[in-house]
Design a protein around this ligand. Structure first.
Ligand code: FAD
Ligand code: SF4
Length: 563
C-alpha cells in the first residue's frame, strides 16, 4: 500500500526566494503589488484605488504606479473558475453606492433550490440542509465577474499586467520587497528561443499575495516565514462544464451520493452542483475531496458518469457543452488557516490563505472581503510616519474581527468529520451547522491528502465511454477549456518520475487534463510516469497529491470565459 507523500517532488521552496537581482535602475517600482487578478486581488486593487482617491498625497509618494496587479492568465478572468453562487455581502460593501447588484454581470438572484440524494437510477429530494440554503445569493460566472472587477480596478488607477507569472519572492533583510516574474520564450530544455524575454524584479512597498488555491508564492512564503497553520491544508478537486440547454433550469440543484461511494474505506466526500446561467445555459460540476484513497478515481470521469443519471440527462437534453474547466478548492478550513496572515512587507488573502467555507461551497465573498481588508492594512502601512509592521499586523486583527473568521470557526471541524464516512459525517455536519458550531465533536486529526494510503479498485472500468455529445474524454475537455499552453515550453510540473505503479495510476486517473500516463516498468518495483505538461489547466490537484505545480510561462493555461 503506497502513499504518494513517500515520493516527494524535486522541489524546494528555498529556490523560489531571492534577493532582487536586476540592477537597481532596471527594477520596476510600484507602490502596492498584488499577485493574482481573482476576486481577492481585484477587490484589494479596487479598495486601494478608492483610498488613494480620497488621499491623493499618498498617491504622490507612491510614484508612477501606485497599484499593480499581476496575473498569469491572458486577462483577468482567464483562470477564474467557480460555481459561482455568491453571497453578495462583500461585493456590496466593496462597491458601495457606486454599483447595485443589478449592475453587475450576473445571472440574477438564486430563484429556488433543490437537494437530491442520488442512487444510480433514482433521485430522492431532501429539504436543503442549512449549509446548502442559498436564498439571497446571486449566480455569476466568476470569469465574467473577474473581467468586470478588473475594469473597475483599472478605472481606479491600478495597472494590470496580464500574461505575467510571479515566480520568485523577493526578500531582502528579512522583508518581502516584491516578486520576480517568470521568463518567457524558453524551449523545452530551457534554452532561449527567438522571442525570449527575461523576467523582471517588481519591487513594492507592500506585496499582497492573492494567488488563490495552491498559490505558488503563498506556499513559498508560508515556508519562509513559518506561517503554517495548526492543521495541514487539504483540498477538493472541482471539475465543471457549462452547457447551452434547450430548456431553462428554474432553480439551483445540489446532489449528494452517487456516483461517489459511501464506504468509509474509500473516503469519497463530495457532491455536485447544477446552477442556471440565465435562460439558455447551465453549469454542472462535481467536487470531490482529494483525501480519497482509490487510485482509479477520476473526478473528470465521475462528472461524465453523473451526467448519465436520468434526472440530469433530462436537464442537458438537446443541449451542447460549451466550456469545461477544473480547479482545486482549499478545504482544511479554520484549523488550516496560516498562523499569521502577514509577514514583513507581505499580506495573504483569499483561497491562498484557505478562506473557504466547504459545507457551503463558498469562498468568493471571503476572498473579496479579505482583499478589501488587506488594502486597508496596506494603505495604513503607506501613511507618513506609520510603523509598517504594526499596520500590516492590523490585517490579522481585521480578519479575526470579520465575518470570515466567525463563519469559518462555526464550521471548523466540518470537513474532517466526513473522514468518518458519508452518513456519520453528514449527520455530524448537520448537527454542527444547526447549532452554529456549538456542537463539539472535538478537534479531529487532519492528514495531508498525499498521506492517504492508496488502494486500487476497478472503479475506472465502469466510467461511461465517451460519445462526444454527453460524455467526453479528457483531451476534448482540455480543448473545451481553451488551453493556450505552448507544446514546447519548459515543464512546470515537479514530480518524482519513478514511482510504484499505484502512485502512477493515482496521478494518471486524478489529473483531469490527461497530463500523466503510466509508462514503462523500470524493473525495480517502479514504473516511469510520462508527463505532457502542455495539457495542464493548472487545477492544482497534483500539489495536493504528492507533486508540485509551479506557474508556467505567463499567458499559458486555460482561457475561461464562462466558468
Ligand atoms: C468548482 C468550484 C466551485 C466553487 N463554487 C463556489 C460558489 O458557488 N460560491 C463561492 O463563493 N465560491 C465557490 N468556489 C470557491 C471560489 O471560487 C474561491 O473561493 C474564489 O475564487 C477565491 O478567490 P481568490 O481571488 O482567492 O482566488 P482565485 O479565484 O483562484 O484567483 C487567483 C488568481 O491569481 C492568479 N495567480 C495565481 N498565482 C499566480 C502567480 N504566481 N502569478 C500570477 N498570477 C497568479 C490566478 O491565475 C487567478 O486569476 C468554488 C470553487 C471551485 C473550484
Ligand atoms: S497536471 Fe496537475 S495541475 Fe495540471 S491539470 Fe493535471 S492535476 Fe491539475
Amino acid at each position: 500500500m503506497s502513499r504518494a507523500s513517500n515520493f516527494p517532488p524535486p522541489f524546494s521552496s528555498a529556490d523560489y526566494v531571492t534577493e532582487p537581482t536586476d540592477p537597481a535602475d532596471e527594477r520596476i517600482e510600484v507602490g502596492v503589488l498584488v499577485v493574482g487578478a481573482g476576486p481577492a486581488g481585484l477587490a484589494c486593487a479596487i479598495r486601494l484605488g478608492q483610498l488613494i482617491e480620497q488621499n491623493p498625497e499618498v498617491a504622490e509618494r507612491l510614484g508612477d504606479v501606485p497599484v499593480a496587479v499581476i496575473e498569469k492568465g491572458k486577462q483577468p478572468g482567464s483562470h477564474l473558475l467557480s460555481g459561482a453562487v455568491v453571497n453578495p455581502r462583500a461585493l456590496r460593501r466593496l462597491l458601495g453606492e457606486r454599483f447595485r447588484m443589478e449592475d453587475l454581470p450576473s445571472f440574477g438572484p438564486v430563484p429556488g433550490e433543490s437537494v437530491y440524494v442520488l442512487t444510480r437510477r433514482a433521485a430522492l429530494p431532501i429539504p436543503p440542509p442549512p449549509p446548502m440554503r442559498n436564498h439571497g445569493n446571486w449566480i455569476f460566472s466568476l470569469s465574467q465577474l473577474g473581467r468586470f472587477l478588473g475594469e473597475r480596478a483599472e478605472e481606479g488607477g491600478a495597472v494590470i499586467l496580464p500574461e505575467t507569472s510571479a515566480q520568485k519572492l523577493l526578500v531582502s533583510h528579512g522583508r518581502v520587497v516584491g516578486v520576480r516574474t517568470g521568463d518567457k520564450g524558453r524551449g523545452r530544455e530551457g534554452g532561449e528561443l527567438g522571442n525570449f524575454e527575461a523576467g523582471s524584479d517588481l519591487v513594492a512597498k507592500v506585496t499582497v499575495l492573492a494567488e488563490g488555491t495552491q498559490g505558488h508564492l503563498t506556499g513559498v512564503a508560508i515556508d519562509r516565514f513559518g506561517l503554517r497553520g495548526e492543521d495541514p491544508q487539504v483540498w477538493e478537486l472541482g471539475v465543471k462544464e457549462v452547457w447551452k440547454v434547450a430548456k431553462p433550469l428554474d432553480r439551483i440543484i445540489h446532489t449528494m451520493g452517487w456516483p461517489l461511494r459511501a464506504g468509509g474505506k474509500y473516503r469519497e466526500f463530495g457532491g455536485s452542483f447544477i446552477y442556471p446561467m440565465g435562460k439558455d445555459m447551465v453549469t454542472i460540476g462535481l467536487v470531490v475531496g482529494l483525501d480519497y484513497r482509490d487510485a482509479s478515481l477520476s473526478v473528470h470521469d465521475l462528472l461524465q458518469e453523473l451526467k448519465t443519471h436520468p434526472k440530469i440527462r433530462k436537464i442537458l437534453a438537446g443541449g451542447e457543452r460549451v466550456q469545461w474547466g477544473a480547479k482545486t478548492i482549499p478545504s482544511g478550513g479554520f484549523h488550516a488557516l496560516p498562523s499569521r496572515l502577514h509577514a514583513p512587507g507581505l499580506l495573504l488573502c483569499g483561497d491562498g490563505a484557505g478562506m473557504v467555507n466547504i459545507p457551503r461551497l463558498k469562498g468568493v465573498h471571503y476572498a473579496i472581503e479579505s482583499g478589501r481588508l488587506a488594502a486597508e492594512a496596506a494603505f495604513r502601512a503607506l501613511q507618513r510616519g506609520a510603523t509598517p509592521a504594526t499596520a500590516l499586523s492590523s490585517y490579522d486583527d481585521a480578519v479575526r474581527g470579520s465575518f470570515i473568521w466567525d463563519d469559518l470557526y462555526e464550521v471548523r471541524n466540518m470537513r474532517q468529520v466526513f473522514g468518518r464516512g458519508f452518513f456519520v459525517g453528514g449527520a455530524l455536519a448537520s448537527a454542527m451547522t444547526m447549532s452554529k458550531g456549538r456542537v463539539e465533536v472535538g478537534k479531529l486529526p487532519a492528514e495531508p491528502d498525499a498521506d492517504q494510503p492508496l488502494l486500487v479498485t476497478d472503479r475506472d472500468k465502469s466510467y461511461p465511454a465517451p460519445d462526444g455529445a454527453l460524455v467526453f474524454d479528457k483531451l476534448s475537455s482540455v480543448f473545451a477549456s481553451g488551453n493556450k499552453t505552448r507544446d514546447d515550453q519548459p515543464n512546470h510540473i515537479r514530480l518524482e518520475r519513478r514511482v510504484p505503479s499505484d502512485v502512477a495510476q493515482l496521478w494518471a486517473h486524478m489529473c483531469p487534463a490527461q497530463v500523466y500516463e503510466v509508462g514503462a516498468d523500470e524493473g525495480d518495483g517502479t514504473v516511469r510516469v510520462e508527463v505532457a505538461p502542455s495539457n495542464c489547466v493548472q487545477c492544482g490537484a497534483i500539489t495536493a497529491k504528492g507533486g508540485r505545480l509551479t506557474p508556467p510561462e505567463g499567458g499559458s493555461g486555460p482561457e475561461y470565459s464562462l466558468t
